[in-house]
Ligand binder design. Structure first.
Ligand code: NAD
Ligand code: TYD
Length: 333
């Protein structure tokens, strides 16, 4: 079996490749990744150096690159995306190109070859919940709030249209907020680990009472593996961590692991900020027997420890265009 994994030089995809190498060593893995600011070939080591994973550097919105990447493959797992809400507020064109046009390019090419696809979508396509609303199920309305989530909803809708119109085998996972090793330090948890460890102020958007349903990336990827092997064509699977926390609770948790009190700096809220996400994972539990396994305390301790040992990785990121992004996003708050 040869699998194409798009976007696997990034956070979730690289962790998926490591998991598949460990758990399915006989599978051939090929990666298609543009190596944007969020993608690092080093995330795939040692598998690139030992030749057990092949990396093709290319754009999912480029039909030629996609054709070449699909040659000889049996299935595609599509993760490549522009993934950060704040960046989509600063500029959304890349989100439409990669997330909508890129997904469409891949769907067309996979359909012509009759290849199944697992599309890694997100809980953010549903919009947000009030404090007492039940968690999202797969039949909840798609009602995205940010340019990021709207572009992911576009991808998700296109995939569903290819199922209905062409009978294509696409399976969609919609997962909540991931944390774990190799997440780019623009997202809440790795950003704040660095800030709290260095005694710097933590920029809290609005009142910090927004709720996310945190899941360790390893649990997410176990679910993706279950969907690759046993998921039903055309089905959507919601995945969550069974771990709803406010952003302030997350900061407290990081502070406890580091033995430091976070220095909170309340800043201007994110425009359109989703208040609460929560996922109902009953369907995937019943059909595929998947549930998240890692608890928050252990997962967070492991994640903090990983970041504390990765100074060279973080240093290579902190230089250059990352500083420009920090200035653009936080400079005027
Ligand atoms: P990431 O930003 O860490 O990685 C994205 C990867 O895609 C990078 O390696 C980047 O180089 C690559 N990429 C970007 N544009 C590309 C293009 N045009 N062609 C080819 N490659 C391109 O993102 P992530 O957090 O690992 O998320 C992976 C997927 O999971 C995304 O589709 C995201 O929407 C989804 N998701 C993420 C979360 C989360 O909490 N991070 C939760 C649910 C779903
Ligand atoms: P993020 O990691 O960007 O994920 P998402 O917006 O996709 O859920 O943010 C998680 C939460 O943390 C979200 O409510 C926004 C908040 N947040 C801050 O308060 N300060 C920050 O500097 C960042 C990056 C996020």
């Amino acid at each position: 079996m040869r699998i194409l994994v798009t976007g696997a030089a990034g956070f979730i995809g690289s962790n998926l490749v490591h998991l598949l190498r460990r758990q399915r060593p006989n599978w051939d893995l090929r990666v298609l990744d543009l190596l944007t600011y969020a993608g690092h070939a080093a995330n795939l080591e040692p598998h690139l150096a030992d030749g057990s994973v092949e990396l093709q550097v290319g754009d999912v919105a480029d039909p030629e690159a996609v054709e070449k990447a699909l040659e000889g493959c049996d299935l595609v797992v599509h993760l490549a995306a522009e993934s950060h809400v704040d960046r989509s507020i600063l500029g959304s064109a890349a989100f439409v190109r990669t997330n909508v046009v890129g997904t469409h390019t891949l769907l067309e090419a996979a359909r012509r070859r009759d290849l199944p696809m697992v599309l890694v979508s997100t809980d953010e396509v549903y919009g947000d919940l009030g404090p007492n609303d039940p968690a999202f199920t797969e039949t909840h309305n798609i009602q995205p709030s940010s340019p990021y989530s709207a572009s992911k909803a576009g991808a998700d809708h296109l995939a569903q249209s290819f199922v209905r119109t062409f009978g294509m085998d696409v399976r969609i996972t919609r997962c909540s907020n991931n944390y774990g090793p190799r997440q780019f330090p623009e997202k809440l948890i790795p950003l704040m680990i660095g800030r709290i460890a260095r005694g710097q102020p933590c920029p809290v958007y609005g009142d910090g009472q927004q709720i996310r349903d945190w899941i360790h990336v390893e649990d997410h990827n176990e679910a993706v593996l279950a969907v690759i092997e046993r998921g039903r064509a055309g089905e959507v699977y919601n995945l969550g961590g069974e771990c709803e926390l406010t952003n302030l609770q997350v900061l407290e948790g990081i502070g406890e692991v580091l033995g430091e009190k976070p220095l909170l700096e309340f800043v201007k809220d994110r425009p359109g900020h989703d208040r609460r996400y929560a996922m109902n994972g009953a369907k995937i539990a019943a059909e595929l027997g998947w549930r998240p396994r890692l608890n928050w305390a252990d997962g967070l301790a492991q994640t903090v420890a990983w970041y504390r040992q990765q100074e060279p990785w973080l240093e290579s990121i902190r230089s250059g265009s990352y500083q420009d992004y920090l200035q653009a996003n936080y400079g005027a708050r």
